[in-house]
Design a protein around this ligand. Sequence first.
Ligand SMILES: Nc1nc2c(c(=O)[nH]1)N[C@H]1C(S)=C(S)[C@@H](COP(=O)(O)O)O[C@H]1N2
Ligand SMILES: [Mo]
Length: 311
Amino acid sequence: MKFKNTHKDHQITDESIYQSRRKLLKAGLIGTAGMLSSPNFALTLPKSEPNSKFVIDELTREQDATTYNNFYEFSLSKSGPSEKAGGLKTDPWSVEVGGLCEKQGTFDLEKLINQFQLEERIYRMRCVEAWSMVIPWNGFKLSDLIKYCKPLNSAKYLYFETLYDPKQMPGQNGRSIPWPYREGLRMDEAMNDLTLMAVGMYGKNLPNQNGAPLRLVTPWKYGFKGIKSIVKIQFMDKQPINSWQAIAPNEYGFYANVNPQVDHPRWSQATERRITGGFSLFNSRIDTQMFNGYGDYVADMYNGMDLRKNF
Ligand SMILES: Nc1nc2c(c(=O)[nH]1)N[C@H]1C(S)=C(S)[C@@H](COP(=O)(O)O)O[C@H]1N2
Ligand SMILES: [Mo]
């Protein structure tokens, strides 16, 4: 399957960000401050004051974003997924939609995504392990898929599952996680304009190690919410339990909102190591922003909630 990039006039396909920046410069799509500011993006990066002199909202190098991964189905190491996920068969791929919605069924992914408008969006991403990246995703809005499925009024949450196939995913022979990998969102979070179903990154199809052919992207939440290689979506009336919650409920909650004021029990969440590329994977430590800097778009959803309890 090959997704059709709807923004043919702006494709970040170069192996090196320096090359693509040069191209963008040439095309007049890059601001003088060095921030990416293309009118083609449906959503520009929310403005934020640099919170350290080292902050640069520069794209992470594709090379780093595709070789420094978390994907326990293949490996527990960061480099393992890129070495071991290559054989995963992602075409054809189907997604089973069920639960509290009218349009239940098993849908062929290629046919499914043809229903929706694909966009390119540059998002800051932050892992609970306190490293972060800036990634250009290609995908469609989860809200479009939800509307397509016609949820019942009783549907309050969305539940997702990754493929379970130990033959293709050798990590599933181990017990690191109760398989299959699971994730959930409250319906308003799922409907939020930021929430993306990614089918590509850097203008290309998603590499397997990044969750091909379909993965969730919620940039105001820790990376573990970004469930990969999704085969099942269910509309539910009760809050589902995600995989990390199931393993360690005191360390990983349902909401997983990026929150510098609420530390992980074993380490601080106040700062993060921004992986951009260039000299090393450890190139700058910056202050973590509330909701990863996306508060203007998402803070309202959590009004009146105790975010220490709902972490
Ligand atoms: N199925 C599945 N999805 C997953 C994971 C995983 O192990 N299995 N790891 C999560 C974690 S902890 C992170 S930080 C992100 C990493 O995404 P990336 O490798 O594309 O950066 O994927 C998330 N989605
Ligand atoms: Mo993570």
